[in-house]
Design a protein around this ligand. Structure first.
Ligand code: HXC
Length: 519
């Protein structure tokens, strides 16, 4: 073969590889409203930055006549490229090749790109669209999954791992995304479950649709498996790019600092009156967040799950920061099992990747009742406490209103190594609310009172006495548990100054193999 022909052969092979399982299957993919693996990667990465690897890999299976059916690339496209100029490693399963099912060689390709990401210290983004283990391969496909799982585990806390689900992701295959830091799903075509509707029906006799069992809505709001839900693939890819902008390349680096065009000393008068006079009235904590962050921007994580706590990324003077905030507008901002798990996981991500943490507190306590106790609120609440107490990144806490009991201790209190703990003058830091306290302290006296007017007056007097003494930030400030009481409208400036002062913070935990977080 002449050299010219050799070059032509290469070009032909590349064209062939780019067709994956063939034009007919690409058309079928498009007809379902789905993009192909390469189209997805193109949308995700900076234009022209993608370097594909292992394009000529084919499977080695000789069962069921598969040796006669080979496709260049074998069901997954891998490589590296950039997002806003920063390196990322990607793999995208190609549904046009055996339904994106995982073969031994496909697993080797995914492992290769994960190993490179670890070596280079760069994020891994996986796009999942697969029928699961390649049935014709059997056990080698299972081994392939386990090889990927192990790499997910070892990469956890070293490089960020992001999983987009753009098609089926079922059976044991769900565990690779589950081991990563963030899962994103789309409204249509995206589903995850350990066992599909047919198996569910045969085992439990429950009739349930694919969407209701494992669609984006369910995982974003009920199970909490998905961190983001998007209307379509483009929107989802835009969210991945935005997410990447807030996080560092690896655990030894800091997140990129953006130029800040928003004045750091911007006063927000609205905040001076945002807390209602009636302590039982709600307000929207997200409004507070929008008032204090750079340009009011906030990338909310788990927006539809456990809405009584809000978590997400924002910037203060251009520095990426994780925000954890109780949400009085939903279940009065109470801490329950789901909210505790949601916030704990987010805090641990921030701490693993050197992202400072701002906590905004307005919490009436832990949700009481047998439902929560049976669901393990003790263990889940402990997760949140553990995550805060273990975190060594800069931690700034602002208490806006209620901060009662165990929930006070948990929410980044001074004693859990909060670096700067501020409070608004509206803060109420106490063991419990006034009504509950009076019931406990004065219950016996009140029970003995026969005259209703006298009883009401007594309760009122005692409640006011308790409120004057405890329903404020000054008792905590007198002990130094609160470093300063700040004017609400100046919160942005005080938070930025606090984080600036913490830039040189150095804190390490005692040496150990690993901690034993209450799982
Ligand atoms: C081999 C597969 C495949 C698989 C799909 N295909 N799944 N080939 N192994 N697991 C092939 C189909 O034969 C078809 O080939 C092409 O991919 C597209 O599949 P369709 O069924 O036509 O597509 P669709 O109607 O969209 O349905 C998609 C699907 C369905 C829901 C994913 O294909 C399906 O149920 N597949 C099997 C799922 C499954 O049971 N997987 C094993 C799970 S166990 P042609 O040639 O027609 O294009 C598992 C264990 C992992 O994964 C354990 C890890 C620890």
């Amino acid at each position: 073969m002449e050299n010219k022909e050799k070059v032509k052969k290469l070009i032909d092979l590349r064209v062939q590889a780019k067709l994956g399982g063939g034009q007919k299957r690409i058309d079928s993919q498009h007809s379902k409203g789905k993009y192909t693996a390469r189209e997805r990667i193109e949308m995700l990465l900076d234009e022209g930055s993608f370097e594909e690897l292992d394009m000529f890999v084919t499977h080695r299976c000789v069962n069921f006549g598969l040796e006669k059916e080979k496709y260049l690339g074998d069901g997954v496209v891998i490589g590296h490229g950039t997002i806003e100029g920063r390196s990322v490693y990607v793999f995208a399963q190609d549904f046009t090749v055996f339904g994106g099912s995982l073969s031994e060689t496909m697993a080797l390709k995914i492992c290769k790109v994960m190993d490179l990401a670890m070596k280079m210290g760069a994020p891994v983004i996986g796009i999942n669209d697969s029928g699961g283990a390649r049935i014709q391969e059997g056990v080698t496909a299972l081994a392939g999954y386990a090889e990927i799982f192990e790499r997910n585990i070892l990469a956890s806390g070293v490089v960020p791992q992001i999983s987009a689900i753009f098609g089926p992701c079922a059976g044991g295959a769900v565990y690779s995304p589950a081991l990563t830091d963030f899962i994103l799903m789309t409204e249509e075509n995206s589903y995850m479950f350990v066992t599909g509707p047919k198996v569910v029906k045969s085992v439990t006799n429950e009739t349930i649709s694919t969407e209701d069992l494992g669609g984006a809505r369910i995982h974003a709001s009920k199970s909490g498996v998905a961190h983001f839900r998007s209307a379509n693939e483009q929107e989802c890819i835009a969210t991945i790019r935005e997410l990447i902008s807030y996080i560092p390349q690896n655990n030894l680096e800091e997140a990129p600092i953006c130029e800040c065009t928003d004045p750091i000393n911007r006063l927000e008068d609205e905040l001076n009156s945002i807390i209602p006079d009636n302590p039982n009235m709600p307000y929207d904590m997200k409004r507070v967040i929008n008032c204090i962050t750079d340009n009011g921007q906030f990338l909310e994580v788990h927006a539809d799950y456990a809405k009584n706590i809000v978590v997400g990324f924002a910037r203060f003077n251009g520095v990426s920061t994780g925000i954890i905030a109780n949400q009085p507008a939903f279940l009065a901002g109470v801490l329950d099992c789901d909210a505790s798990r949601k916030a704990a996981r987010f805090i641990r991500f921030c701490d693993a990747f050197n992202i400072p943490i701002l906590t905004l507190v307005d919490v009436p306590g832990f949700l009481p009742g047998s439902g929560q106790e049976y669901a393990g609120i003790i263990t889940h609440g402990a997760k949140l406490m553990f995550a805060y107490g273990e975190a060594t990144v800069p931690k700034v806490t602002v208490t806006l209103r209620k901060s009662y009991g165990g929930a006070h201790c948990v929410m980044s209190s001074k004693q859990l190594r909060g670096d700067f703990n501020y409070a608004w003058p509206t803060a109420e830091i106490a063991v419990m609310g006034a009504a509950g306290a009076i019931e406990v302290l004065e219950g016996r006296t009140i029970a003995k009172m026969e005259n209703p007017d006298e009883k009401a007056q007594y309760i009122n007097e005692k409640t006011n006495e308790y409120k004057d003494k405890f329903a404020n930030p000054y008792m905590a400030a007198s002990y130094g548990y609160i470093d300063d009481v700040i004017e609400p409208r100046n919160t942005r400036f005080r938070v930025i100054r606090a984080f600036q002062a913490l830039q040189t913070k150095k804190l390490t935990n005692p040496l150990k193999k690993h901690s034993n977080i209450p799982l």
